[in-house]
Design a protein around this ligand. Structure first.
Ligand SMILES: NC(=[NH2+])NCCC[C@H](N)C(=O)O
Ligand SMILES: [Mn+2]
Length: 291
């Protein structure tokens, strides 16, 4: 059984369309009449390079607490963003829950056009939706690394990225230094999706619990225009369903997020319709259970 909830986080990128996008989905689709967690507005430090850091931190803490309580009910959390900063809350909850109950580490499957592994020292934009993976690794601003428990939530060797096509140079340095496994979209096209997926599954098969974070901007913006930071090319709908179907069947995924839907840039409800269909797909697909 899934528990679907969301947060219209927009302070991690500052795109106003994100603020009402969750309500748009909730009003339009019956399967998305979901619990909505609000953004928690805090006073900000004007000297901080990361924009809206205190607000994003407080909101992620509340997402983490809510999600932890969902795990305790025995349901599988499926979380809707909002911008991708929210994964600091959702993946932290998965990590801490699994550590508390099974004394094990989680894996992170990160499907995205971007690596989101900047820190306060490397970010060019100051947007926190560009730093969550670093924060989950325990890197960067300490106000973004301690959700639920102090310190790192995920180890570099337990991450796999799929679909990257826009990596900032310092991000590539961090990924290479830490030996993080990633499959760019061009590489997936060259080697074939099925073979990259089976390699990724093999690589991760030593782990028993996963959080999967799906950024809609991993898809081709010509097909899915409703995102804040579009990058040319990317997954088709068919590829996303193949990827999700395989990962869900092969790996015990304990929680999911779908992030970055921005209604302001959508056309003919293409992206909105897809979010609703993807939720239906995930909640009905055959899956490997973890607990
Ligand atoms: N989740 C996202 N859409 N992230 C986009 C990040 C873009 C850029 N690398 C930055 O750090 O600002
Ligand atoms: Mn992202």
């Amino acid at each position: 059984m899934f528990s679907i909830f969301g947060c219209p986080m927009h302070f991690g990128v500052g795109a106003p369309g994100l603020k009402y996008s969750l309500d748009y989905l909730r009003n339009r689709y019956e399967n998305l009449r979901i619990v909505k967690l609000p953004e928690i507005i805090m006073e900000e430090d004007p000297d901080c390079v990361l924009k809206n850091r205190n607000t994003v931190a407080a909101t992620c803490q509340s997402i983490a607490q809510y999600m932890y309580s969902v795990f305790e009910t025995g349901k599988t959390p499926l979380f809707l963003g909002g911008d991708h900063s929210v994964v600091m809350g959702s993946a932290s909850a998965a990590s801490v829950y699994v550590k508390d109950h099974f004394q094990e580490e989680i894996g992170l499957i990160y499907i995205d056009a971007h690596a989101d592994i900047n820190t306060d020292a490397t970010t060019v934009t100051g947007n926190i939706h560009g730093v969550p993976v670093a924060s989950l690794l325990g890197l960067g601003d300490p106000k973004l690394t301690g959700f639920l428990h102090p310190g790192a939530k995920i180890r570099p060797e337990n991450i796999v990225y799929l679909g990257l096509r826009d990596i900032d140079p310092p991000e590539l340095t961090i990924m290479k230094d830490l030996g993080i496994r990633f499959y760019t979209y061009p590489e997936i096209c060259k080697k074939g999706l099925a073979s990259c997926l089976s390699e990724a599954v093999q690589y991760l098969s030593r782990l028993n619990y996963f959080h999967l974070s799906f950024d809609i901007d991993s898809m081709d913006p010509a097909l899915m225009p409703g995102v804040s930071v579009p990058v040319k090319s990317g997954f088709t709908e068919e590829e996303v369903y193949e990827m999700m179907g395989t990962l869900m069947k092969e790996l015990p995924i304990v929680s999911y997020d779908i992030v970055e839907f921005n209604q302001e840039f959508d056309r003919d409800n293409r992206t909105a319709d897809f979010v609703s269909e993807l939720v239906d797909f995930i909640t009905n697909a055959e899956r490997k259970e973890a607990f």
